[in-house]
Design a protein around this ligand. Sequence first.
Ligand SMILES: [Zn+2]
Length: 287
Amino acid sequence: MLVSATEMLNKAKAGHYAVGQFNINNLEWTKAILQTAQELNSPVILGVSEGAGKYMCGYQTVVGMVNGMLKELNITVPVALHLDHGSYEHCYKCLEAGFSSIMFDGSHYPIEENVEKTKELVKAAHDKGVSIEAEVGAIGGEEDGVIGMGECADPEECKKIADLGVDFLAAGIGNIHGKYPANWKGLSFETLDAVQQKTGDLPLVLHGGTGIPADMIKKAISLGVAKINVNTECQLSFAAATRKYVEEGKDQQGKGYDPRKLLAPGFEAIKATVKEKMELFGSVGKA
Ligand SMILES: [Zn+2]
């Protein structure tokens, strides 16, 4: 059964580790992440962007697939199904479809409007036992066509949004979605520290986990980050493993063209990436 992400993230914050949010794109992705979480006895959050939700034929399809897998694979670790960077309308769609967690990305609204909409969605989510994440300060890079520059959140604005009752908060601290450019300046730990001082026990979220050096990840966790989003890294490892299979001509040997064979190396590559991240984040054995 899906659970909200609140309890697992409160435990993570208190225990000084982080739970990974791994975004899903299809059945192979979902199965790879769930199996790895179960094998490592780790809580996990499955992230679904609006684009990926559309690609997978809508939120109802996603909920059906994930719930089916939890049963068929005997998954007993805590699993949350979370809308990533949701718009106001899509937050409601996911609440209706049976997601157990949502993110309302109101970072592009003026702060007053972000506050109004967040307040309303907090109530709608909590009425259904669903957890909700909000964002302050745009996170850099590109996600579903939205491009930000990696700004740092204003700690006062973070406090304002935190006080609305959100369960965890994404604050921009110089992090970027996708691959990091060579001239990236790194995370702003001063901002993170200032945000945590204003928001107390509230679990903080780090988006754009791909390519942030391990020591920065560990420092971010020590400063209150309890959820780290990973998306691009699984895509890169899946693509590399699939390319290798094809370049070695394996799809042309025997029944190597069978999708169950063709997609197997990519599936294993996702599992390896998820394992590496769960070990780095410290969530192994914390289910
Ligand atoms: Zn993000």
